[in-house]
Design a protein around this ligand. Structure first.
Ligand SMILES: [Zn+2]
Length: 193
């Protein structure tokens, strides 16, 4: 077994030992809201937004982008589980700002090994064994962080399956301070209609 598996299982045993009455939590989130945010390891939505088990839905992907799949989850979140407010939370220093869809396609063409980054950008070892499949994917990269929050709020707001009375708020998490900074234009776009 890998060390990581051992560490995870040991942490889980500790969690189980103090699980308490959380086994009685209902499925619908108790505080009836959902967060869409980035998978970045420095972000802990439970901590930065004060969540306990059972409180809220947290949907995460690279960039916290309003991809088709993120929207699928957000729709299930209200339609079947009753959440009534949404946060789109991107963050400073996001990896999605460091490449473009074209660059990702090229890196995957070079090899499937982990690429390296330096001041001049991303570089592949070009060791071979790559694939052109990455050229057919929109990687939803970010060129302007605040604008990407506005765009994602707009994309959710304009989806025909998202009711107008669900407010959507836009924020950027500051990785240096832990602060959530509102993007007023995004929140305005996400207001109840
Ligand atoms: Zn990120």
């Amino acid at each position: 077994m890998s060390n990581i598996v051992k560490e995870v299982m040991s942490a889980n045993a500790e969690y189980v030992s103090s699980f308490g009455d959380k086994g009685n939590l209902p499925m619908p989130p108790g505080r009836a809201f959902a967060i869409l945010t980035c998978m970045d390891a420095r972000l802990d939505p439970a901590k930065y937004a004060g969540l306990a088990e059972g409180d809220a839905h947290v949907i995460r992907n690279a960039g916290g982008r309003a991809s088709d799949d993120a929207i699928r989850s957000l729709i299930i979140s209200y339609k079947l589980l009753g959440t009534r407010e949404r946060f789109v939370i991107h963050h400073t220093d996001c990896g999605m700002e460091t490449f473009t869809t074209e660059i990702m396609g090229d890196l995957l063409s070079g090899s499937l090994k982990t690429a390296n980054v330096d001041a001049s950008g991303w570089h592949d070892s070009n060791a071979g064994g790559g694939t052109s499949d990455g050229k057919y994917i929109n990687w939803l990269t970010i060129s302007d962080n605040a604008k990407s929050v506005v765009e994602d709020v707009q994309r959710i707001r304009n989806n025909a399956m998202v009711p107008g009375d669900i407010p959507i708020y836009g924020y950027i998490y500051d990785c240096k301070t832990g602060e959530l900074v509102e993007i007023a234009e995004a929140t305005a776009e996400g207001r109840v209609r």
